[in-house]
Design a protein around this ligand. Structure first.
Ligand SMILES: Nc1ncnc2c1ncn2[C@@H]1O[C@H](COP(=O)(O)OP(=O)(O)OP(=O)(O)O)[C@@H](O)[C@H]1O
Length: 332
């Protein structure tokens, strides 16, 4: 990347307060051009508020953000021209056909009419809706609508595409095809993708992930580095004599293991490399062995204190978090 080209997104000390609630508490990060950037966090963490500021839908209380080189407060129209949005609230017109929805969007964005038909075809083919272009959207399934929204969000060749939970509620097949489009886009058009998701398996596909909690970014790195930061692999052993295995692990390897759920359990840096040594040196018959690497679930748990599923199901947490924020703000 030439040094003269600005990053896709550059955020510095961005703050958003709603009355007493500090929804976003001074976040800073940079997203490189062409990157697929994942934004995770429990409900009420401040993800939507941050995205809304980046998309010029909400004004920052303080701090700065530049998208594709343009300031979100002072150059809103320029920002808007260079971004695409696929949000959770559906904004397709059900009475119009797929093609009509896209044409409307092309007009709103002032796309050169000469290039519209070819671009429409390209996008509709990418999301496998070309054959359905003349059907009304009201007849589409949820997955088809979402695919059409993605096609529409891309019609004007945005530099940065914001996706808010693009695959929520979709079947695994549609989810994986949406990911195929996202990757294809990144490769063919160099589009930067900024997305939120609650699916940890999808977060794995991101180049980098930021985890937000209570208005702050608590960690930001590649999925691999994040998992490495959580630490050691977990090894679960079935043995013929657990007590003897615990003693042998301590004496021979200096490992303090425990018996959990009927199996000898411990953590080591590199589980796979360790297993052959176990078989060779433990001197206690091993009946089963399972090694598991830290997952992004472990990462989420480590940095937010809850699993993504618990975080998702905690319906009342927004209010609690807001209250906590007010209280913690008041203490400062
Ligand atoms: N318009 C608003 N007025 C008042 N408070 C708001 C407003 N929008 C968001 N908040 C508060 O700001 C905090 C952050 O909300 P936000 O929607 O950004 O979180 P989120 O991480 O996107 O959550 P979710 O995963 O549930 O979408 C919450 O406490 C929320 O109640």
């Amino acid at each position: 990347m030439p040094s003269s080209s600005p990053p896709a997104i550059k955020v510095e000390n961005l703050v958003k307060t709603y009355g007493e609630v500090e929804a976003v508490r001074g976040v800073s990060f940079t997203v490189a051009r062409g990157e697929v950037f994942g934004f995770l966090g429990p409900n009420g963490a401040g993800k939507s508020t941050t995205i809304n500021m980046l998309c010029t839908l909400a004004r920052p209380s303080s701090g700065t953000a530049r998208v594709s080189g343009f300031d979100v407060s002072r150059e809103r129209d320029d920002v808007r021209r260079h971004i695409g949005l696929v949000f959770q609230d559906q904004t397709l017109d059900g009475y119009l056909t797929a093609a009509q929805n896209l044409r409307l969007h092309a007009e709103l964005y002032g796309i050169d009419p000469g290039v519209v038909p070819a671009r429409m075809r390209q996008m509709l083919e990418m999301v496998d809706l070309w054959d359905r272009r003349d059907q009304t959207v009201a007849t589409f399934s949820g997955g088809m609508r979402r695919r059409l929204e993605i096609a529409r969000g891309l019609l004007h060749s945005p530099r940065v595409l914001f996706l808010d939970e693009p695959t929520i509620g979709l079947d695994p097949q549609t989810r994986s095809s949406i990911w195929r489009y996202i990757r294809a886009l990144q490769e063919t058009e160099g589009t930067t993708i900024f997305m939120t998701t609650h699916y940890m398996d999808e977060a794995e596909f991101c180049d980098r992930i930021a985890i937000m909690d209570r208005g702050e970014i608590v960690v930001l790195d590649t999925p691999a580095e994040l998992k490495a930061s959580v630490g050691a692999d977990r090894v679960v052993l079935g043995t013929a004599d657990d007590d003897a295995a615990l003693r042998a692990l301590r004496d021979r390897f200096g490992i303090e293991a425990t018996v959990a759920e009927g199996a000898v359990t411990f953590h080591v840096e590199s589980g796979e490399a360790f297993v052959p040594r176990l078989f060779a040196e433990l001197n206690v018959p091993i009946t089963s062995v399972a090694v598991s690497r830290p997952t992004l679930d472990d990462v989420f748990m480590r940095y937010t204190g809850s699993t993504i599923r618990d975080a998702e199901s905690g319906g009342g947490s927004d209010l609690n978090r807001a209250t906590m924020r007010v209280l913690s703000g008041a203490r400062r």
